[in-house]
Each structure stands twice: as structure tokens, then as C-alpha cells.
Design a protein around this ligand. Structure first.
Ligand code: UD1
Length: 416
């Protein structure tokens, strides 16, 4: 299994180009099978999760032509309506085929995703909404089996804000009979991107980006070419990498507006930076001050930035209280950061980080994608070598991580 060796070597400097958003590309890929005509996606990030989703679509019988950051998906005919356990267990987002399959073919069989490292993560809200739209759902042998003649528009209020739930039901409703109204919908930029792609394919969706989305069902969707939006979490991770090393880094091909709350907190912490429409230029600083945050659905502080932010707070003066309100078990990076010299204590859903603590390289590993990213951030400021194990987590979501870090002066090596 590959490992990453990072040797802390002072301030990062230079330019890093952000890739397409993994979490936008995943639902956009499954939306491709909603049309009998070929659909093209561009700015696709070259990461493991995208390859997994492509395998899910190929298993259904879609023809896939992948060329770097561009993919053409032709789902004129599918041979199967099943997403098998073998693939779903490696990536929960496979559940995103449920809405599209049911909407276009009236049947879908998807393995239940089960738990994951950061919590139980059920899909009950996806299923309840589809049932409200007329689907008959049974769960047997670990599979969700859903059937319907044609989905009916419905008024649906999500009990919790759910990102993939909103996306699944938005896709299902796009081909339903009549109008669907989603209340308490997720407002993430990735939801907006998917709505815009579907509208480009002929769907009638409005209200994306607010908590009420209205979808007027249409009979069929057509071919289209859609560019994936930039990855805001990759962007934020490089902001943290620059901040923790007191670097001078230009982060390009991004959209700072997607990270407003995170950037406001970094500004309050004392990080100097300039933004324009598609770039963030992080400047060197003379010390950061601790900040308290609480993760929230967008436009709040993203849970996917919590771990990397905590690594930065180990280098900020004072005590920072970080409260995780989305997932019940998302502090697995704490013990590894402490092994590197951090002073972090967890009480319930809040972690208190006391800084500034000098960090020292160690052998570490993490159990999920963003926890692994926080170890990378910490390693960049640690004295000596840090060996990060299980980097397949990083490969799931960070495109060309070591190349991009090297490009801004970090000492990084993949050990095979
Ligand atoms: C998505 C993102 C993930 C991010 C998360 C929260 C993708 C592929 N993944 O995950 O990176 O961390 O949003 O921003 O886009 N819940 C239920 N029942 C459901 C669905 C969700 O109780 O049916 C709960 C979850 O357990 C969790 C909360 O709602 O506590 C939010 O989860 P959700 O927004 O659905 O996360 P994902 O869409 O899986």
C-alpha cells in the first residue's frame, strides 16, 4: 500500500491549479444516464472516486469514453439496473444512481451503503422522498429494490439537510410526472452545478442555491456538454497548507465565493489574502489567532474543511473550539495530530485545540479522506519526516496531490 513521506521545509510559495469538484462530478456522472443521448462532462478531476463511479456506470451498461478531464457517457441502452455491493461498499456516493435509474427506467437495485468511518450515514431520507413520489421500496439481502411505473411530483420536506439526498431526489423529480417541491434542500454549490447541468439537458429546475427547489418534471432529457465547477474543498485545503507554513501561494482556477464562511474565519484568524473571481492569493503572516467554529450545511463552515482547519489551529495562538454538528464521529484525526505534538482534547462534539504547539514528524494514518488531508497540512509544518499511511483515502479525492504540493515547494515523496 502506498505511503506519503512529507518533510516540513518552511513556507510554501508559487501557484497551484485547482481541479474540478469531486462532489459535483459524482452526481453529474449519474445524471448522464438519465438521457438516451450521449452527455459530455469536462473539468473532471482525475481521482479514485470518479473512476469508481465510472465503473458503476459501466456495470449498468453505459458506454464510457474517458480522455483525461473529459468524459462522454452514452447510456442509450442499459443492460442492468443494479449497483452491486462490491462497488457501493467502496464509495457511498454510488447511492446517487438510485434516483436516475428509477426516474428513467422505473426500476433500480442498489446495495445499501452501510456505515462508514465518520458515522452511520443512513439513506432513509432518500428512500422516504422516493416513496412519497410513488416508488415501492423493499430492502432485502442488503439491497434497496425500488420500482415504479412513473414517479409522481410531490411536496417533500427533508427532516435534515442532506446533500446527496437533495441531489438524488432532484434527479428523480426531473423526469417525474408533475411538479416536485423540495423544502429544506441543501444549498451547496455542487447541488447548483447539478441543477444547471440538468437544465442544460432540458430539465425545468428553479430555486437551486436556496432551501426550496422546484422541479417541473419533463418526459425526456437530451444530450449536453457540462463543465464541472472547481473543487472548494481542495481549494480550502491548499489555503490551509499555505497558512500553516506562512507561505505565499496563488490558488487558481477556483471560485472563492464557494468558500466564503471558511475564508471569513481565516481572515479573522489573521491570514492575509486577496481574492478575485477565480483566484485566492494567500500572503505570508506573522502569526494566527485561534478561532471557534461550528460546522454547518452550506453556506456555513463546511464539515469537509473541519479536519484541515484543526491542523491550522495547532499553529494559532490561543484555544480554538471546533464543534462538528454534521457527523457524529469525525474527529479521528485528533489522536494522530496529538501524536505529532498537538494539544487537542475532545468533549462530546467539540474539540479544543491549544496553540501554538511545535509539530514533529511521525508515522501516522487516517481513516477517511479529510482526516488524511489534515495530516498532510500538519506534516508541512512539522519538524522532520512524516510518513502518512493509507493514502488511498487521499487518492479518492485529491487530484495529483504530490505533484501539486511539489509545485509549491513542498518536499513530498510517494513510497510505493
Ligand atoms: C455529502 C458529501 C460529503 C460531505 C457531506 C456533508 C458528496 C458525495 N459527499 O455527503 O463530502 O461531508 O455531504 O456536507 O457530496 N442523513 C440522514 N439520513 C439520510 C441522509 C443523511 O440522517 O437519508 C444525515 C447524515 O447521517 C449526516 C447528515 O444527514 O449526519 C448530512 O449528510 P448528507 O448531507 O446526506 O451527506 P452526504 O450527502 O452523504
Amino acid at each position: 500500500m502506498d505511503k506519503l513521506r512529507i518533510t516540513g521545509n518552511g513556507p510554501l510559495h508559487g501557484e497551484v491549479r485547482i481541479s474540478g469538484a469531486k462532489n459535483a462530478a459524482l452526481p453529474c456522472l449519474t445524471a448522464c444516464i438519465m438521457s438516451p443521448e450521449a452527455v459530455t462532462l469536462t473539468n473532471l478531476p482525475r481521482v479514485r472516486d470518479i473512476h469508481t463511479m465510472i465503473r458503476v456506470l459501466e456495470e449498468l451498461g453505459a458506454a464510457v469514453e474517458l480522455d483525461g478531464e473529459r468524459v462522454i457517457i452514452d447510456a442509450a441502452e442499459l443492460k442492468s439496473h443494479t449497483a452491486t455491493y462490491d462497488l457501493v461498499k467502496t464509495m457511498r456516493a454510488s447511492i446517487l444512481v438510485l434516483g436516475p435509474l428509477l426516474a428513467r427506467f422505473g426500476k433500480a437495485r442498489v446495495s445499501l451503503p452501510g456505515g462508514c468511518a465518520i458515522g452511520a450515514r443512513p439513506v432513509n431520507l432518500h428512500l422516504e422522498a422516493l416513496e412519497k413520489m410513488g416508488a415501492k421500496i423493499t430492502i432485502e439481502h442488503g439491497y434497496i429494490d425500488a420500482r415504479v411505473d412513473r414517479l409522481q411530483g410531490a411536496e417533500i420536506t427533508f427532516a435534515n439537510v442532506t446533500v446527496t439526498g437533495t441531489e438524488n431526489i432532484m434527479m428523480a423529480a426531473a423526469l417525474a410526472r408533475g411538479t416536485t417541491i423540495l423544502h429544506n434542500a441543501a444549498r451547496e454549490p455542487e447541488v447548483i452545478d447539478l441543477a444547471e447541468m440538468l437544465n442544460g439537458m432540458g430539465a425545468k429546475i428553479s430555486g437551486q442555491g436556496t432551501d426550496t427547489i422546484v422541479i417541473e418534471g419533463v418526459d425526456t432529457l437530451h444530450g449536453h456538454t457540462h463543465p464541472i465547477i472547481p473543487d472548494r474543498i481542495e481549494t480550502g485545503t491548499y489555503v490551509c497548507a499555505a497558512a500553516v507554513t506562512r507561505g505565499d501561494v496563488r490558488i487558481t482556477h477556483t471560485r472563492p465565493e464557494y468558500l466564503k464562511r471558511f475564508l471569513d474565519v481565516m481572515r479573522a484568524a489573521g491570514l492575509p489574502f486577496e481574492v478575485d473571481a477565480d483566484c485566492i492569493h494567500v500572503k505570508p503572516h506573522n502569526g494566527l489567532k485561534a478561532q471557534d467554529i461550528q460546522t454547518q450545511p452550506h453556506p456555513g463552515f463546511p464539515t469537509d474543511m473541519q479536519a484541515q482547519f484543526m491542523a491550522v489551529m495547532t499553529q494559532a495562538e490561543g484555544a480554538s473550539a471546533i464543534t462538528e454538528s454534521i457527523f457524529e464521529n469525525r474527529f479521528m484525526h485528533v489522536s494522530e495530530l496529538n501524536r505529532m505534538g498537538a494539544d487537542i482534547t475532545v468533549k462530546g462534539r467539540t474539540a479544543i485545540t491549544k496553540g501554538v504547539t511545535p509539530m514533529s514528524g511521525a508515522q501516522v494514518m487516517a481513516t477517511d479522506l479529510r482526516a488524511s488531508a489534515s495530516l498532510v497540512v500538519a506534516a508541512l509544518v512539522a519538524k522532520g519526516d512524516t510518513i502518512i499511511d493509507r493514502i488511498y483515502h487521499l487518492d479518492r479525492g485529491y487530484c495529483d496531490l504530490e505533484k501539486k504540493l511539489e509545485g509549491i515547494g513542498a518536499l513530498v515523496e510517494r513510497i510505493r
